[in-house]
Unconditional design. Structure first.
Length: 131
């Protein structure tokens, strides 16, 4: 589901009209996502809204703020002509390199020599893909 949705996302983001304000496009995107999420929430019959609101933490807010800039950033990348085939890979690899030291320090996750070799190979592949 995530892979198919991601492919649809990037194909859609690449197809956003160059004449529309990218921020307005993000507003419409999130209006659709809000309506769809509300429908799925009410169909899921999990907990009540009150129960869920009580269990929320700041992560939901910070994730929402981050998503705004993720969407805006991708739209701008595609608007200036970045390839739909390599943009997501490039962004995700850069994000991974940035997150590695953070998750090691903050979440105490390990990082092995094998992981380092994998990251180096991924970086080499990105260089080859983007050259």
């Amino acid at each position: 589901m995530t892979i198919i949705a991601n492919a649809g996302y990037h194909l859609s983001a690449r197809s956003v009209s160059s004449k529309v304000d990218p921020l307005f496009s993000v507003v419409v995107t999130y209006a659709v996502a809000l309506v769809g999420s509300l429908i799925l929430f009410f169909l899921s019959h999990h907990h009540t809204i009150v129960t869920n609101v009580k269990q929320l933490n700041i992560a939901s807010v910070t994730m929402g703020l981050a998503i705004i800039f993720i969407e805006f950033g991708y739209i701008l990348c595609y608007k200036v002509g970045w390839s739909a085939g390599t943009t997501a890979v490039t962004v995700n690899m850069a994000m991974t390199v940035i997150l590695i030291p953070i998750v090691i320090v903050v979440f105490h996750q390990g990082f092995t020599v094998k992981n380092a070799i994998g990251v180096l190979l991924a970086i080499v592949s990105l260089i080859l893909m983007n050259s």
